[in-house]
Write a protein that binds this ligand. Structure first.
Ligand SMILES: O=C1O[C@H](COP(=O)(O)O)[C@@H](O)[C@H](O)[C@H]1O
Length: 248
């Protein structure tokens, strides 16, 4: 976890534009969920916040093929959440809802939100509650873990050189003093992110090109957490042309 680690087992798919990337990722998600539901009673997808989180949801709800998914059997999670009250516009789940997530025919009982300060006394308590939900739902593995990547190489709320990023033996962790606002957050740990059949990094924009290069070609965990997450069956870097600029 500490040394540079190239990513020979990951597949990089480059799309011409951010819109093409979001549309292709949404179509890929529909196929992945249909396939998962063909062999299991329920499917688990973990969504992301940030710029690409809303983009993929917007593309998903605009896609006629979304109706091929039995959404009532899909569990939705988030890889991280900003520790803010329910409905706060800066929360990842609020932004996904605003992008149209709430228009899918999901069972609200299967939409697993990280509690905020309106429901818990601290980010630690929220992390413990969320971890308990992961355990009690019997989530053996997420079918798809969708992750955005920050320009600094962070994934979920696991930031470079931040002590919370290296948490071991836990499912979720409280993050304080986040370098990106808001300062208090809850994140799945690296160990938990890797309990995923497929991990998809969704990255757009020239400001992320160096993070993509480090993530794909290798970089110490402390510098680039994104370089160290693998799916059990597949790891995909789904990027646009600008984000791929430094890959050569
Ligand atoms: O704060 C966050 O940032 C990352 C990346 O966001 P982006 O806007 O740079 O794409 C995101 O993946 C994470 O869920 C979010 O909490």
């Amino acid at each position: 976890m500490t040394g540079p680690h190239a990513c020979p087992d990951a597949t990089v798919v480059v799309h011409p534009t951010r819109q093409a990337l979001a549309d292709a990722a949404a179509a890929r998600l529909v196929v992945a969920l249909v396939d998962a539901l063909a062999v299991r009673e329920v499917a688990h997808v973990s969504m992301t916040g940030g710029s690409m989180g809303s983009e993929i949801v917007r593309s998903l709800v605009a896609l006629p093929a979304r109706d091929a998914v039995d959404w009532g059997r899909v569990h939705v999670w988030w890889g991280d959440e900003r520790y803010l009250p329910a409905g706060d516009p800066d929360r990842n789940d609020t932004q996904n809802d605003a992008a149209g997530l709430s228009t899918l025919c999901l069972d609200p009982a299967n939409v697993h939100r990280v509690p905020g300060p309106d429901a818990t006394g601290s980010a630690e308590e929220a992390a413990a509650t969320y971890a308990h939900t992961v355990r009690s739902t019997g989530t053996g593995a997420f079918d798809v873990m969708v992750l955005g990547v920050g320009p600094d190489g962070h994934i979920a709320s696991l930031f470079p050189h931040h002590p919370a990023a290296g948490t071991q033996g836990e499912i979720a962790v409280a993050v304080h003093d986040s370098p990106k606002p808001p300062p208090d957050r809850v994140s799945l740990t690296l160990e938990c992110l890797e309990r995923s059949r497929e991990v998809w990094f969704l990255v757009s924009g020239a400001d992320k090109a160096d993070a993509v290069r480090r993530g794909v070609q290798g970089s110490p965990f402390a510098e680039t957490p994104a370089a160290h997450v693998r799916g059990q069956e597949r790891t995909l870097w789904l990027v646009d042309h600008d984000a791929a600029a430094d890959l050569g």
